[in-house]
Design a protein around this ligand. Structure first.
Ligand code: SF4
Length: 362
């Protein structure tokens, strides 16, 4: 079962489309110093291998524009320049080949500057994300609404969108991020009614570890289940690859996209014949780089093990110091517990390797 997606305009971002029925795209942001071109390019490539489809790079000053141009020349993934305060940075990044620029209406300096960027973006086929953030909302809207309420965030976005439309610009994506999960959900629901542009989902500053994952999953999962959202970025105090993995899991959990390996593992009980927790963790870690959608079952005993392992793309059914390895519903071998992880990983890689090797330059 899949959610019924909200219809939006479609917006090109490099070779990809956002909205208009296109798959929900996974984004992340590099955490390297943008001026360190080699490290940033390395991180973009690592993100692409992890399943990230659009990468945003911070451009905090004019020296970073040259670095952005150098990064642009080295990667083919759609690249977004993240701009605050100075609209001239946005224009320079558009000239350097940005596929999208993120502008914050709360700090970019008003209508004329927004429109100046839009004119150049229109000439160059670059999209603009109107990226409203509760932490930097315009003062007049804070006063009007009594703070950065969901309605205030949406009014900020609508005002910026109208500014862009006034100069004929429509390659617009909108985000309304707050660190409160409920505010975020309410703001996106309002925006989905007010605007027909693709929505970029995010719960900003979600934090670290389990709490950050849960906040992101609840906020974005609720919206995606309602059909709202065309691209998402999970913001964690963690590596960007961790963000991409969480985004993949969220999309998979709501039935929107299967990207990479979904592990089906039993909760274990008194019948469990193998060290299942360690096995499931090791299998997941070993297959984390695979982006082809696959199900891999790791089951502890003969009760449900063979059934689940057979139904999955690949599987392992353990018991009494041995494990049966399944590939596409068929038993391929029975191995001792000591080599079952290697045997399962090998079976998966043998079958999926050709597709993964065929992936293009990132
Ligand atoms: Fe228990 Fe076996 Fe079910 Fe796992 S598959 S929970 S070990 S009965």
């Amino acid at each position: 079962m899949e959610p019924v997606r909200r219809r939006t305009r479609s917006v090109r971002v490099g070779a990809l489309t956002l909205g208009g029925g296109a798959p929900v795209r996974i984004q992340s942001m590099t955490k390297t110093d943008t001026n360190d071109v080699a490290a940033t390019v390395r991180q973009v490539r690592t993100l692409a291998r992890a399943g990230c489809e659009i990468v945003r790079v911070a451009v905090p000053g004019h020296d970073a524009v040259a670095a952005f141009a150098a990064i642009r020349a080295k990667v083919s993934l759609p690249l977004v320049a993240d701009i605050h305060f100075d609209h001239r940075l946005a224009i320079a990044c558009i000239d350097a080949g940005a596929d999208k620029v993120r502008l914050n209406p709360g700090n970019i300096g008003g209508t004329e500057r927004m429109q100046e960027v839009a004119r150049r973006a229109g000439e160059r086929g670059c999209a603009i994300r109107v990226g409203v953030n509760a932490g930097s909302l315009e003062k007049d809207l804070q006063l009007k609404h009594g703070g950065a309420t969901p309605a205030a965030l949406v009014e900020s976005a609508v005002r910026a969108v109208r500014d862009l439309e006034a100069v004929g610009f429509r390659a617009i994506v909108v985000s309304l991020k707050a660190s409160s999960v409920l505010h975020t959900i309410a703001a996106y629901r309002l925006a989905a009614r007010a605007l027909r542009y693709p929505l970029h989902l995010g719960v900003t500053e979600a934090g670290w570890g389990l709490a950050g994952i849960v906040k992101s999953s609840v906020g974005m999962g609720a919206l995606l289940a309602d059909g709202i959202g065309d691209t998402l970025r999970v913001s964690l105090t963690d590596t960007p690859v961790a963000e991409v993995r969480v985004a993949r899991e969220i999309l998979s959990a709501v039935g929107l996209r299967r990207v990479g390996v979904e592990i089906i593992s039993c909760p274990t009980c008194g019948r469990c014949g193998i060290d299942l927790q360690r096995t499931a963790r090791a299998v997941r870690r070993s297959l984390a780089d695979i982006t082809t959608p696959l199900t891999v079952a790791v089951m502890g005993c003969p009760v449900n093990g063979p059934g689940e392992a057979k139904a999955a793309d690949f599987g392992l059914a353990g018991g009494k110091g041995r494990a049966v390895i399944f590939s596409r519903g068929k038993i391929v071998k029975t191995v001792p517990e000591s080599s079952m992880i290697d045997a399962l990983v090998e079976a998966v890689r043998e079958q999926s390797g050709r597709h993964e090797r065929g992936r293009g330059r990132v």
